[in-house]
Design a binder for this molecule. Structure first.
Ligand SMILES: Nc1ncnc2c1ncn2[C@@H]1O[C@H](COP(=O)(O)OP(=O)(O)OP(=O)(O)O)[C@@H](O)[C@H]1O
Length: 800
């Protein structure tokens, strides 16, 4: 299981921070207005330079002389500044500096984000250099277009890379600028010019709003509006004047292209091809915007195992290796069996075309291809005769073997081999399985490990006469799940009326077991508690369905996946749902004592619980029809039959014979509704289970067992303040029965009044509340507090 990545706080990207000079508001006003005015001064001086520069040139050396006359509109300072910036500096591109200084003043005045301003300065300076090189490129001596910097840089570049190299370098500079600044891609290269224009527009807002008024939704605050008002429009005006008739195109809103674009065209005009500028839409990372994905990005997938992240699965060494493991081929036995089969069949005039043996752990399968013209039913009828001639128990004839076109005769091996739990757990088929609830049941006749998914079954019915391997089978199932599933992923509810079979699992109560909130023991040995647990499980089922409905998932797998992907909010009651496996060891006993009260919730669970991860495993010694009723059978398509004593039992469990011909000791037949598969159940002994549960139990556990929803049973009216009007109709009759018999037991009422367990229990509680019987005394019957019927009458009259 993927472990959750340790939480790592994302360190914010380090950005270079200028030392912050905190200015007071007054200082900001002074500095801001200085910069604005200085920017204007520079601009005026530069403009003036174009007209007066030449005249002032000769006077610059006498600049300090007060009598020297200068023509610049800003006199000596103007002449000196423009000479510095334009002549000796960057040429006409210096206008950008005046703009940047002006913009800086606005930023200071408006207290705007300086990061943006730094960006403007960075790109502005690059443009200045690029422009001065460009202008200098066309001049052979210093000139006001490129300035000294432009000239010098050009001559430097041309010395090293020549004119062509310089021009290509300029082109490269332009492309780099456009690519980085305006995110121009190759696809949008055709729109490059227009994009550049638009971005320049963003830098220097268009003052000519009559033509195109972009309504920028993002410019909400005053500051932005102010800035916009001050930005300079560098966009070239269309050379040709717009014709008077067509109204200028008014783009009302610039939105991503998916939104409708409103274009107003003057009425009466014939539709002409409008040139439309399509804004380059930057693909936003849709996934990043999804909260769930962001959560997954930040914290990783939800890991249900996190609470017990150090949990160690039991190692393989806890399971025992057996000496009798591994198939040994007894050639003599094979030969003898073959000869006897051929002989017996030939006695009945059945010829064999070929015969093949597959040796399994307990039985060997002889596959026969009969000669042409032999009727299969003839061989099938000879089952007993073949068994007799082979003098062996547990012969099963499969005629024909489905999908093979041969007839199979299964003959038990004289020395059967044990299939150890270790060997099936270690099998690649089990270890590498991606099933939801994989169970390594044992090995098939061809010695393959047999792994099935309980989640797919979805419920399992197990039957077999006593001592044939049921308990071992149940332990094998539980062991498989313990070896494969983390405590967060599966919970067991164990019902063990025999009280001894499953007690070992008590040690893993806080890891793997589920129980009712008020019960002390997680393993249920008392039949009355089973009813509560089953009903509580029904509530859990309903709750889970509600969760699934709210999450719009069809089953637990989808739901848990969604939860792991952090698409479900735990605050809405969502949680990771573990599978719940209910194991009932002796179902016949339950049905005998509780009848319908058990059958109804079991049937309900069996019908509905598969999708929400509740699976039932029911084992019984007595597979009679009153135990395995029609409704239960119908909902348990997966069945395991150990050896049973009669054909009728076999039919009840498997809907066919076969289970009566098994040899016992874990020899079993498995069906999931279609074929019967003969499997030798894996053997796991009590000490092995003990070691596993010890190993798990010694590890850190959850604070308590998984709690099932509380079920307030009808019979649980233990509170003694029962309203007289709420009393059962048969209350009085029951009181008479109890007082007459002087025995306060519910089963007496059940028998005498023909009541169900629940109702009898409820009446007993009412009798207790009425002071007729004493409190519950465990296995003993309650004490009767009224000596005779006359006293009872008086007692009841006094009550009213
Ligand atoms: N898979 C197996 N491989 C080898 N021996 C087995 C296997 N399963 C059961 N046995 C043998 O059969 C004995 C009885 O098995 P188990 O206790 O499982 O029977 P059971 O059907 O649960 O009986 P009961 O219903 O009386 O509890 C075991 O002690 C063991 O010796």
């Amino acid at each position: 299981m993927a472990k959750r990545k340790p939480k790592t706080k994302k360190t914010p990207r380090k950005t270079f921070k200028l030392p912050s000079f905190k200015l007071s508001n007054q200082q900001k006003l002074v500095l801001g207005s200085f910069l604005v005015i200085f920017g204007i001064i520079l601009c005026i001086a530069f403009i003036s330079f174009f007209f007066t520069g030449e005249a002032d040139q000769s006077n610059l050396t006498h600049f300090t002389n007060r009598n020297t006359e200068t023509k610049n509109w800003l006199s000596k300072t103007g002449a000196w500044l423009s000479d510095l910036f334009i002549q000796r500096g960057f040429g006409v591109a210096s206008f950008i500096f005046s703009g940047l200084i002006f913009l800086s003043g606005i930023y200071v005045l408006m207290n705007l984000n300086t990061a943006k301003l730094r960006k403007h300065w960075f790109w502005g300076t690059l443009i200045v250099i690029w422009l001065s090189i460009l202008f200098g490129f066309f001049k052979t001596n210093t000139d006001i277009l490129g300035g000294t910097v432009g000239f010098e840089l050009n001559s430097f570049l041309q010395d090293y890379i020549g004119k062509i190299g310089t021009s290509l370098l300029l082109l490269f500079g332009l492309i780099t600028y456009l690519a980085i600044r305006f995110k121009v891609t190759f696809e949008s290269i055709t729109n490059l010019f227009k994009s550049a224009k638009k971005d320049l527009k963003e830098e220097f807002a268009d003052a000519n709003k009559d033509t195109i008024i972009p309504v920028d939704n993002n410019l909400t605050d005053e500051a932005e509006a102010f800035k916009e008002a001050f930005e300079i429009n560098l966009e070239k005006q269309p050379e040709t004047k717009p014709e008077p008739t067509p109204e200028p195109v008014k783009v009302v809103k610039t939105e991503p292209i998916s939104a409708p674009l409103e274009v107003n065209v003057a009425e009466g005009e014939e539709e002409e091809e409008l040139e439309m500028q399509v804004e380059q839409v930057i693909d936003e990372d849709a996934e990043r915007n999804n909260l769930a994905n962001k959560l997954v990005d930040d914290f990783g997938e939800f890991d249900p195992t996190l609470e017990l992240s150090k949990y160690q699965f039991p190692p393989l060494d806890l399971l025992k290796k057996y000496d009798t493991e591994g198939i040994t081929i007894n050639q003599e036995e094979l030969e003898a069996n073959k000869n006897r089969i051929v002989e017996t069949l030939s006695n009945y005039k059945i010829g064999i075309a070929s015969i093949k043996a597959t040796i399994g752990p307990t039985v060997t399968l002889y596959e026969i291809v009969p000669e042409a013209g032999i009727r299969i039913s003839k061989i099938k009828n000879l089952e007993d005769d073949i068994a007799l001639s082979l003098s062996a128990l547990g012969i099963r004839i499969i005629a024909p073997i489905p999908g093979k076109g041969t007839i199979g005769i299964e003959v038990p091996n004289t020395n059967s081999t044990i299939v150890s739990m270790r060997s099936v757990i270690a099998a690649k088929k089990f270890q590498g399985s991606d099933m939801h609830l994989p169970i390594a049941l044992g090995k098939t006749i061809s010695n393959e490990t047999f792994v099935v998914d309980l989640a797919k079954m979805p419920h399992l019915l197990m039957a077999g006469a006593t001592g044939q391997g049921k308990s071992v089978g149940l332990n094998a199932i539980l062991t498989s799940l313990l070896y494969k599933k983390h405590p967060a992923e599966v919970k067991f509810i164990l019902v063990d009326p025999k009280k001894v079979e499953l007690t070992l699992f008590n040690k893993i109560e806080r890891h793997y077991l589920a129980k009712l909130p008020d019960s002390e023991e997680a393993i249920i040995t008392d039949n009355t508690k089973v009813i509560n647990t089953l009903n509580s499980l029904c509530i859990e089922m309903d709750n889970r369905y509600e969760l699934l409905k709210n999450a719009m998932c069809r089953n637990i797998v989808e739901y848990n996946k969604k939860f792991k992907d952090r698409k479900l909010n735990p605050n809405d009651g969502h949680q990771f749902l573990p599978y719940i496996v209910l194991v009932v060891d002796e179902f016949a006993d339950l049905i005998m004592t509780a009848g319908k009260e058990v059958e109804t919730p079991i049937a309900r669970l069996a019908q509905l619980a598969r999708a929400i991860g509740i699976h039932l495993i029911i084992a019984t010694q007595r597979p009679s029809v009153n135990v395995i009723t029609g409704i239960i059978k119908a909902n348990f398509p997966a069945r395991i039959a150990f050896r049973v004593t009669s054909k009728i039992d076999s039919r009840t469990i498997l809907d066919g014979s076969g289970a009566d011909q098994l040899i016992g000791r874990g020899d079993m037949l498995y069906t999931q509704g279609n074929d019967l598969i003969r499997v030798q159940c894996a053997f796991v002994d009590t000490p092995e289970v003990e070691k596993i549960t010890d190993y798990i139990g010694s590890q850190k556990a959850y604070p308590e067992a998984y709690l099932l929803p509380e079920y307030v049973g009808e019979e649980s009216g233990t509170s003694l303040d029962i309203d007289i009007s709420d009393r059962d109709k048969l209350f009085k009759d029951a009181a008479v029965v109890i007082v007459t018999a002087q025995q306060g037991s519910a089963s007496l009422l059940q028998r005498k009044l023909k009541l169900g367990y629940n109702r009898a229990g409820r009446i007993i509680d009412q009798l207790e509340a009425a002071g007729i019987v004493g409190p519950f005394e465990g296995s003993k019957a309650r004490q009767v507090l009224i000596p005779d019927l006359i006293a009872l009458d008086q007692h009841l009259e006094n009550e009213i």
